[in-house]
Design a protein around this ligand. Structure first.
Ligand code: ATP
Length: 307
């Protein structure tokens, strides 16, 4: 018997970053948007918790206990008092690694759902969401999917209404960016600009009403105007060449371009599927990225694949 779970990547339609808190985190206003670019995690019975991975980035995915899928399996087993959990998790990885699309978090969410089904545990969703939040601030959203506003560190989620389907392109860079390093660079740039960088200097961010209205109306032009990422300047400061990628996408007809989360993946919103395919081809030909994918969303969170 085996269980395969499909789990989406996310793009942040809005990533508002507050000041640095005393506990080292930042308050976020994070509009998560799940896209059809997805990993799959297959759980089969095994001895202990073991991992394998396939896909273009498989060689940079850690296959030890630091992998979020393995941590998720162990956490679920511990929660249910399973002394000797047995599972092999095979990750089919399409989400770029360290790309700002929460691929590791997605695999953690997928492993929770896959192990829950394999072990016949029937854990209620609110409990899975709590376990997910323990694993990392982006993991609960990967369970839910759709579009949601994340507050706090991103783990307090409120599903948002969305009409229709939006078409996106993602340009994958060579190599990743460390999320903590991008937050540190954001603090450094704020400090250099003289505006201060702690939570007493920077107002707590909130969701932009224009962005929420664009989502609810299914209006890609209005959404393109409202897309915002407070980490973009920091990602560009660490990886200046991303400016060329962003320009290549808008030159090819994207409505808007932004760095996805902490980068270095760049996200482009287009008016329809046809334009997305064209922009992806132009980005692949531009030499400013490793590859580019046209995709769409929102899509559901981690679900068991049937058939
Ligand atoms: P986020 O957008 O949540 O900040 P990210 O997309 O930038 O994350 P991930 O792909 O989640 O980054 O990976 C970040 C690091 O986490 C990797 O460099 C890797 O060492 C580690 N990691 C742990 N588990 C996984 C996993 N299942 N897949 C990929 N990376 C993982």
């Amino acid at each position: 018997m085996s269980v395969t779970v499909r789990v989406p990547a996310k793009v942040n339609a809005q990533l508002g970053v507050g000041g640095l808190r005393a506990d080292g985190f930042h308050d976020l206003a994070n509009v998560f948007f799940a896209v059809a670019l997805a990993d799959e995690v297959t759980a089969t019975p095994g001895e202990g918790v073991t991992l394998s991975c396939e896909g273009p980035d498989a060689h940079v995915v850690p296959l030890d206990d630091s992998n979020l899928a393995a941590r998720a399996a162990r956490l679920l087993a511990a929660h249910h008092g399973l002394a000797d959990p047995g599972v092999h998790l095979h990750i089919t990885k399409a989400i770029p690694v360290a790309g700002g699309m929460a691929g590791g978090s997605a695999d953690g969410a997928a492993a929770l759902v896959a192990c829950d089904a394999l072990w016949g545990l029937d854990t209620p969703l609110p409990v899975l969401l709590e376990l997910a939040a323990e694993l990392g601030s982006d993991v609960p959203f990967a369970l839910l999917g759709g579009v949601a506003l994340g507050r706090g560190r991103g783990e307090i989620l409120e599903p948002l209404p969305v009409a229709g389907t939006f078409h996106w392109v993602f340009a994958v860079a060579d190599g990743g960016l460390s999320t903590p390093a991008v937050f540190r660079e954001c603090d450094r740039l704020r400090s250099e600009a003289g505006t201060g960088f702690t939570d007493t200097d920077v107002p707590t961010p909130d969701a932009d009403p224009a962005l929420l209205a664009a989502l609810a109306d299914g209006d890609p032009v209005a959404l393109a105007d409202a897309l915002a990422n407070d980490l973009q300047a920091a990602a560009l400061s660490l990886r200046p060449a991303l400016a060329d990628t962003l320009r290549a996408g808008t030159d090819a007809g994207a409505l808007a371009a932004l760095v996805s989360g902490s980068g270095p993946t760049c996200a482009f919103l287009t008016k329809d599927a046809e334009t997305a395919a064209h922009v992806a081809a132009a980005l692949r030909a531009s030499g400013t990225c490793r590859t580019a994918h046209a995709t769409h969303g929102p899509v559901p969170g981690a679900v068991v694949r049937t058939g």
